[in-house]
Design a protein around this ligand. Structure first.
Ligand code: GDP
Ligand code: MG
Ligand code: ZN
Length: 389
């Protein structure tokens, strides 16, 4: 492998209104002591306008990351170390694990926040970062690396990244109590497809199920290359297999409340579910405070992230018109539709409906698609009916 080619790019960073040139020059020493970030801004690259006022913009140097095409800040690699964000609180504070396993409380360099496209998602759990150390237990984030994957919630304008760079998502559903809602599983799969995360379907409470009835569901996911697990968190059935899937991987657990996520985590490793539950209780002291999402290490190697307190309806940053592309098996058929804006419901010459008729698209998945695009995914449809087809 050859050396990475990087192209450099000048980035214009807008100053904050409170950065008055006069105040700074008069009170430079105090300012620097107050705010290291201002000290950084006073070095080198800033220009002064004719009137002696600081220009509104500063130029910093970025480089284009080859893998993602995103521009990242150039930083002094001599003084920075690489780390992993385990949890973050707001846009400016996070806990970082260092390469040697230590923990640092970090703040975020203002220029990193300024350059972030979205102020809500400057630094999130799971981010790979470069930081400089300020003392034994703290540091400053100098750069956030482009995200390989992301799981988000909220709508497009308010999208909030829950966790970045995880490998896979275990989508937990229960066979009963609460009843199995296939369209909800498929909606979670849309979110993970969108975020570049491998989806795994886990049907828990197997003791309450009729396995034969589950068969069509299991078959369709297996054909789509989504691993399917059947578990009973109480008896331990299926837990070894689940544990094997998690080894040395980074996995987010998601699914409706009451399906057994906490019980499964405790079955995987004693105390694991309790730890993730504590995180959610803390964050709910204030009703509207940011919820803390945390990466927790597995003894066998790997990390898990719970999604406590996030109602599944919020876990949705997909637009209706995107859904057809996130149903992976629909893609080749969508191209065959006569109308470019086909909704695959009532139209003539619809490729997707032909795919269903030919048995190449599961009628169960098509039903999910209809419910998701019509906002009706919470309602039930009987698996037994599909088995009889
Ligand atoms: N019968 C049965 N009950 C389970 C199973 N797993 C969890 N439960 C119960 O389901 C309820 C909700 O479980 P919990 O782990 O808190 O679900 P969470 O909200 O997804 O974290 C609890 O009463 C559990 O004891 C299972 O495999 N079988
Ligand atoms: Mg729970
Ligand atoms: Zn169509």
């Amino acid at each position: 492998m050859g050396a990475k080619k990087k192209s450099r790019k000048k980035l214009r960073v807008r100053f904050h209104k409170n950065r008055e040139a006069k105040a700074r020059i008069q009170n430079l020493t105090r300012k620097v002591a107050d705010d290291l970030e201002d000290a950084e801004l006073l070095t080198g690259q800033e220009r002064l306008s004719g009137k002696g006022e600081t220009a509104k913009y500063r130029t910093v140097i970025g480089e284009v990351d080859e893998a993602s095409g995103e521009t990242v800040l150039m930083v002094d690699l001599q003084t920075c170390e690489a780390g992993r964000v385990l949890s973050s609180i707001g846009a400016n504070h996070c806990q970082v694990q260092t390469a040697t396993g230590g923990l640092l409380q970090c703040s975020v360099r203002r220029v990193v926040r300024t350059l972030s496209r979205d102020s809500r998602n400057v630094v999130v759990a799971g981010d790979q970062v470069l930081y400089s150390r300020t003392d034994e237990s703290s540091g400053v984030i100098e750069r956030v690396e482009p995200r390989r994957t992301a799981l988000s919630r909220g709508s497009r304008r308010r999208a909030h990244i829950i966790v970045a760079n995880v490998d896979q998502a275990v989508i937990v559903a229960s066979a009963a109590e609460p009843a199995l809602k296939p369209a909800l599983i498929d909606r979670f799969l849309c979110s993970t497809e969108k975020g570049g995360i491998q989806g795994i379907v886990c049907i828990n409470k197997l003791d309450l199920a009729n396995r034969v009835e589950l068969q069509p569901l299991l078959g369709q996911y297996a054909r789509l290359n989504y691993p399917v697990l059947l578990t009973n968190a109480i008896s331990g059935e299926g837990i070894d297999e689940l544990r094997r899937l998690l080894r040395n991987k980074e996995t987010v657990f998601t699914g409706q409340s009451g399906v057994g996520k906490t019980s499964l985590l405790n079955a995987i490793q004693p105390g694991l579910g309790r730890r993730t539950a504590e995180v959610s209780e803390d964050s709910q002291k204030g009703r509207h405070t940011t919820r803390v999402t945390e990466l927790i290490a597995l003894e066998q190697g790997g990390w898990v992230v719970d999604t406590p307190g996030i109602r599944q309806l919020q876990l949705w940053d997909v637009q209706t018109e995107e859904v057809e592309g996130l149903f992976v098996e629909f893609r080749p058929f969508v191209a065959l539709c006569h109308f470019p804006d086909c909704s695959h419901t009532h139209e003539q010459n619809c490729g997707v409906k032909q795919g269903v008729d030919l048995g190449m698209i599961s009628p169960l998945r098509y039903e999910s698609y209809l419910r998701i695009t019509q906002g009706d995914e919470e309602s039930l449809f009987s698996l037994a009916d599909w088995r009889r087809r």
